[in-house]
Design a protein around this ligand. Structure first.
Ligand code: PGA
Length: 249
């Protein structure tokens, strides 16, 4: 399975940052034999980023509507993402769940729409610090997978991003063993539900992935890539992370 190194630019991305997109596209091209590279800029920046990327890497959205079109002010449909040049989308990021009240049910509907539209779909899950301390990490992940991942998705174009909430933007990461334990658990959960097809879903780690810890994280079993926030904004940082990826069995 090829690793997926995905950047989530969150609410960053103005014309002045186009050189970063160009720099990242150059790294992506160099890594094309062993990894898939994706950048998810804000919706207003997707079309320009897609032109700058010129097919050297994928461009994605950070959210999409579950609806096809209509009176949904401010929302962005999957057709609009495709039209702008995106081929992927993140759904259910913890910031969407937290600031926009997105429930598992909403995330599941978005994921179904995205997958049916042919977009590579990254579904985010993750536990809070309190849940981890209470030993609930596995059960929280089980519930989120059961309820945010709809039936009928194209599993080969689906990724689960496990992002412990307390690791996002904090500079803190779980130990390698903790990452492996959760990812192995997620894999078991996927195989229990989907059979052998559950093996084709990529499981990404997210939360404070940086140039100095990427090599260790990306070498772990069942880590099929990473979802990167802050360190994806600078081409030099992102390049160092991309170079840490490698071919997987
Ligand atoms: P971070 O963000 O890499 O800045 O911790 C990760 C994410 O929120 O996807």
């Amino acid at each position: 399975m090829r690793q997926l190194i995905a950047g989530n630019w969150k609410m960053h991305g103005l014309a002045g940052q186009l050189p970063e997109v160009l720099g990242i596209a150059t790294s992506a091209e160099a890594a094309s034999s062993y990894a898939d590279i994706l950048i998810c800029p804000p919706a207003t920046f997707i079309a320009r980023a897609a032109v700058a990327a010129a097919g050297r890497m994928a461009i994605g959205g950070q959210d999409c509507s579950a609806e096809a079109q209509g009176a949904f002010t401010g929302d962005i449909s999957t057709a609009m993402l495709l039209d702008a040049g995106a081929s992927a989308v993140i759904v259910g990021h913890s910031e969407r769940r937290h600031y926009h009240g997105e429930t598992n049910e909403i995330v599941s509907a978005k994921a179904a729409t995205a997958s049916h539209a042919g977009l590579l779909t990254i579904i985010c899950i993750g536990e809070t610090q309190a849940q981890r301390k209470a030993g609930e990490t596995f059960s929280v992940c089980d519930d989120q997978i059961a309820q945010s991942l709809p039936d009928g998705m194209n599993l080969a174009a689906t990724a689960i991003a496990h992002e412990p909430l307390w690791a996002i933007g904090s500079g803190r990461v779980p130990s390698s063993q903790e990452i492996v334990d959760v990812h192995e658990h997620i894999r078991k959960c996927l195989v229990a539900r989907f059979g052998a097809d559950g093996k084709s879903v990529r499981i990404l780690y997210g939360g404070s992935v940086k140039p100095d810890n990427a090599r260790e994280i990306l070498a772990l079993p069942e880590v099929d890539g990473a979802l990167i926030g802050g360190a994806s904004l600078k081409a030099a940082d992102f390049d160092a992370i991309v170079r840490s990826a490698g071919p997987r069995a």
